[in-house]
Design a protein around this ligand. Structure first.
Ligand code: ATP
Length: 258
């Protein structure tokens, strides 16, 4: 059982190596419940690796990970994951995709929860459709609805809007911000976009180049504002973060460390 009052995520001294070469870490990251953490960094710095470790898809080479006080031993419904490509089951309707993680619920409760999620993600009219009949934005919303279905305490999002056009992406950013405000779920959100990181993050974390270590970790009040982009702090943080990410991208692969 998750411990009440525990941190949402505790990453302590975590590293991950592939074929003897360190790709990530050491990383220490403690995330408080309810935070929206955005994680940025140059391509290949280990953002997805870190998210995958927190999801429980892989084990760290060193260090420890906890989620809500419990050691991460493998994937768990309390940690929902949304990927860049929606990964829906093409042969199932949108509603059946959303219901997938709810098989343990009685039928009536499952139906009610699916309807609630479709409503929450703006898909109330699309429940009977198959994924191929949806637009890219709708597909990603269905994937988010599916991830939220088992009421995860932690939502891990790996560049969820990278494949969307700019207009849809902005709309989805607002939607995910509203969902986070409404559900109180702790979110860890990987993105390549500095703008997106600053717009969404109550905490903005940047990783350096390979091996990825944290080079910036900053709390922000911008997502709580009605119009974050209109605040002078927005341009300031975006500029600083751009510099950090640019400098991190210069860092070439270091020596083999483990
Ligand atoms: N399963 C694996 N086997 C071998 N190397 C891997 C594996 N997974 C990741 N890597 C390597 O680890 C490094 C970090 O990869 P990762 O995908 O975590 O980076 P990223 O920051 O998410 O990149 P991007 O922004 O391009 O998605 C890369 O050099 C990658 O090639």
């Amino acid at each position: 059982m998750p411990s009440p009052g525990a941190e949402a995520v505790e990453v302590r001294g975590v590293t991950r190596s592939f074929r003897g070469k360190r790709a990530l870490g050491p990383v220490d990251l403690v995330v408080e419940p309810g935070a929206f953490v955005t994680l940025v960094g140059p391509s290949g710095c280990g953002k997805s690796t870190l998210l995958g470790l927190i999801a429980g898809f892989a084990r760290p080479s060193d260090g420890s990970l906890r989620a809500f006080g419990e050691p991460v031993g493998g994937p768990d419904p309390s940690r929902g994951v949304v990927f860049q490509e929606p990964r829906l089951f093409p042969w199932l309707s949108v509603a059946a995709n959303v219901a997938f993680g709810l098989r343990s619920l009685p039928k009536a409760a499952r139906r009610e929860r699916v309807a609630e999620l479709l409503e929450l993600t703006g898909l109330a009219e699309a429940g009977r459709l198959r994924p191929y009949e949806l637009s890219g934005g709708m597909r990603q919303r269905a994937a988010i609805a599916r991830a939220l279905a088992p009421r995860p305490r932690l939502l891990l999002m790996d560049e969820p809007f990278a494949a969307l056009d700019a207009f849809t992406r902005e709309r989805m950013q607002d939607e995910v911000r509203a969902l986070w405000q409404r559900t109180g779920t702790t979110v860890l959100f990987v993105t390549h976009s500095v703008d997106e990181a600053v717009y969404l993050g109550t905490r903005v974390v940047a990783l350096s180049g390979s091996p990825g270590v944290i080079v910036l970790d900053e709390r922000s009040k911008l997502p709580a504002l009605e119009h974050p982009r209109a605040d002078p702090g927005f341009a300031e943080l975006r500029e600083r973060l751009t510099e950090v990410v640019r400098a991190a991208a210069q860092v070439r692969n270091g020596p083999v460390t483990s």
